[in-house]
Design a binder for this molecule. Structure first.
Ligand SMILES: Nc1nc2c([nH]c(=O)n2[C@H]2C[C@H](O)[C@@H](COP(=O)(O)OP(=O)(O)OP(=O)(O)O)O2)c(=O)[nH]1
Ligand SMILES: [Mg+2]
Length: 128
């Protein structure tokens, strides 16, 4: 099965986490952590900075890696590195997503996460 390498940002501020709702494609309407596919020759951190600039018009600093999700979807294997991140500048403009929310620890279960994200959400709760 094909492996897709993805990076995701756990953007946090004031004890809240930024979640986004996918606006198109196979997983439309599912909630995720913003980010995307790593391009050939790119480091995960550079890829994440690029993706957040593209998707949210925002510059982030990338912190520690919290977790790497390994998940089998029916048609591909997802390998997703997940990093803590903070906003340096920008207003989190939704250029591709249809909605977004800042979620507290108690609110993290209130959105419909993509299947691969459920284990990550548990990790985040342990670290909030
Ligand atoms: N960004 C992101 N992708 C996730 C998460 N959970 C999850 O299963 N995925 C899957 C959905 C996609 O199949 C794949 C990467 O998605 P992506 O669509 O964000 O990639 P991308 O930004 O580079 O955009 P594109 O090339 O698909 O247009 O990872 C998550 O929390 N964040
Ligand atoms: Mg993306």
């Amino acid at each position: 099965m094909k492996t897709v390498k993805v990076v995701a940002a756990i953007i946090h501020n004031d004890n809240k986490i930024f979640a986004t709702q996918r606006g198109y494609g196979e997983f439309k309407d599912g909630w995720e952590f913003p980010g995307g596919k790593v391009e050939p020759g790119e480091t995960p951190k550079r890829a994440l900075i690029r993706e957040i600039q593209e998707e949210l018009d925002t510059t982030i600093s990338v912190g520690e890696k919290l977790h790497c999700v390994e998940y089998d979807y029916p048609t591909f294997h997802l390998s997703m590195e997940c990093f803590w991140a903070e906003i340096i500048s920008g207003d989190l403009v939704l250029k591709e997503h249809e909605d977004a929310k800042w979620l507290s620890k108690e609110e993290l279960d209130s959105v419909d996460w993509l299947p691969a994200d459920l284990e990550l959400v548990e990790k985040i709760k342990e670290n909030m």
